[in-house]
Design a binder for this molecule. Structure first.
Ligand SMILES: Cc1ncc(COP(=O)(O)O)c(C=O)c1O
Length: 356
C-alpha cells in the first residue's frame, strides 16, 4: 500500500516551500537566502546538556526586549520566525477559517497555512508593490472567515516598505476581527520603520523578528514574536514545551549582548553601503531593466532576460534566487547583499553576458 494514501489530504496536495537549501545548486557564492557571508564567532558557555532547557530562556528574552524596546512580557522566542508563522496560524485559525497575504511575498505564509489545512486568500500588491488596502478591506468585509493577515515589512522579495498609514489603517479596521501579523524579519536594516511602538494601541498586532538576517545567525534558528501579553499567552499554550535547545539560547544570549549588538550595527552599515554601491552599479548595465529600491539585505532586479542571467550565473557557481514564477516578477532575480568581493564577481559575470 502506498503510504501516500494514508497521508492527510492537504499534505498529499502540498507543494513544500522551495527553500534555498532545498533548491540546491553547486556554488561558491550563495546569494539566494539573504544570509550574511561570514559567521560571527561564539564559544559555548553552557556545557551541561542533561537537563531540558528553559521553555522561554529569560536571558534571551530580557536582552531581546532591551534591543527591541519592549517589555519581556511582550516576547515569545521560537525556532526562527518560521515557527512563529505556524504557531500564529495554529493558535488563531479554526479549520474553516483563512489567512490573507499579499503576493509577491514570503512563501511560508501559504505553505504553513496549507500544512495546517487552512485556506488562503490573496490580495496582490499594487504595481508599485504597495498594499492594496481597499481590496484588503473589501476582502475582510465580504468574508468573515479571514482570521489572520500576514504583511511583510520590508517585503521579501521586493524590498518594499509598506506605507505606515496603510498599516495603521489596516490595524484600525481589523480590530476585534482578525490578527494582523507584521513580519519584520528585515526591519533591523531600517529600524526606524518598525511598528513596535504601536503595539500598545493594537492588541491584535503580532510582529515577527529573527536573528537570521542582520544578526547573521540563520543557522541558529532563533526568532521572536512581539505582541501584547494577552496574545503572547495564547501562543504560549500552543508552542512546544522546549522550543529552544540549550546551545541556541546560549549563543542567542551572547549575540544580544551590547558588544555583539555593536558588531551587528557595524555589519548592517556595511550591508547598506554595499547595497547602495551594488544597486547603482547594476543599474548601469544594459541587460538590467530595473533595480527596485530595497530596505532589506537584498535587491530585486529585473533583467531583459532574467532566465538567462540566472542560469548563466548558476552554471558558474553563483546561486541567486530566481523570482521569475512569482506573481508579477517575470525576469526578476533577488540577490542577497553579500561581501563586496562576492558582489563584484556577480557584477562582472552579469556584465560579461552583455558582451556575448
Ligand atoms: C520575510 C521573512 N520572514 C521570516 C523568515 C524566516 O526567518 P527564520 O530564519 O527566522 O525562520 C524569512 C526568512 O527568509 C523571511 O524572509
Amino acid at each position: 500500500m502506498a503510504i501516500n494514501t494514508l497521508t492527510k489530504r492537504n499534505v498529499q496536495q502540498l507543494t513544500p516551500y522551495q527553500s534555498a537549501r532545498r533548491l540546491g545548486g553547486n556554488g561558491d557564492i550563495w546569494l539566494n537566502a539573504n544570509e550574511y557571508a561570514v559567521s560571527p564567532d561564539f564559544n559555548l558557555s553552557q556545557t551541561d546538556f542533561n537537563r531540558y532547557p528553559e521553555p522561554q530562556p529569560q536571558g534571551v528574552i530580557q536582552r531581546y526586549a532591551q534591543y527591541a524596546g519592549v517589555m519581556p512580557e511582550n516576547i515569545l522566542v521560537s525556532r526562527g520566525g518560521d515557527e512563529s508563522i505556524e504557531l500564529i496560524i495554529r493558535t488563531f485559525c479554526e479549520a474553516d477559517e483563512k489567512i490573507l497575504y499579499c503576493p509577491p511575498t514570503y512563501g511560508m505564509y501559504a505553505v504553513s497555512a496549507e500544512t495546517c489545512g487552512i485556506q488562503t486568500q490573496t490580495v496582490p500588491l499594487l504595481p508599485d508593490f504597495q498594499l492594496d488596502v481597499a481590496k484588503i478591506e473589501e476582502a475582510l468585509n465580504h468574508d468573515n472567515k479571514i482570521k489572520v493577515l500576514f504583511l511583510c515589512n520590508p517585503n521579501n522579495p521586493t524590498g518594499t516598505l509598506c506605507k505606515r498609514s496603510d498599516l495603521e489603517h489596516i490595524l484600525h479596521f481589523t480590530a476585534g476581527r482578525a490578527i494582523v501579523v507584521v513580519d519584520e524579519a528585515y526591519i533591523d536594516f531600517c529600524p526606524e520603520h518598525s511598528l513596535v511602538g504601536a503595539l500598545a494601541n493594537y492588541p491584535h498586532l503580532a510582529i515577527i523578528r529573527t536573528l537570521s538576517k542582520a544578526f547573521a545567525l540563520a543557522g541558529l534558528r532563533c526568532g521572536f514574536t512581539l505582541a501584547n501579553p494577552e496574545l503572547i499567552a495564547q501562543l504560549q499554550k500552543v508552542i512546544a514545551p522546549y522550543p529552544l535547545p540549550t546551545v541556541v539560547a546560549d549563543i542567542a544570549e551572547q549575540a544580544l549582548q551590547p558588544q555583539s549588538i555593536a558588531q551587528t550595527q557595524t555589519r548592517i552599515a556595511e550591508i547598506l553601503e554595499n547595497r547602495q554601491w551594488f544597486a547603482q552599479a547594476l543599474s548601469q548595465l544594459p541587460n538590467v531593466e530595473h533595480v527596485f529600491t530595497s530596505f532589506g539585505n537584498y535587491v530585486l532586479v529585473k533583467f531583459t532576460d532574467g532566465e538567462k542571467v540566472f542560469q548563466a550565473l548558476w552554471n558558474k557557481g553563483i546561486i541567486l534566487r530566481n523570482q521569475h514564477s512569482a506573481l508579477g516578477l517575470n525576469h526578476c532575480i533577488r540577490i542577497t547583499i553579500g561581501s563586496r568581493s562576492e558582489l563584484e564577481t556577480v557584477l562582472n559575470e552579469i556584465q560579461f553576458l552583455t558582451k556575448e
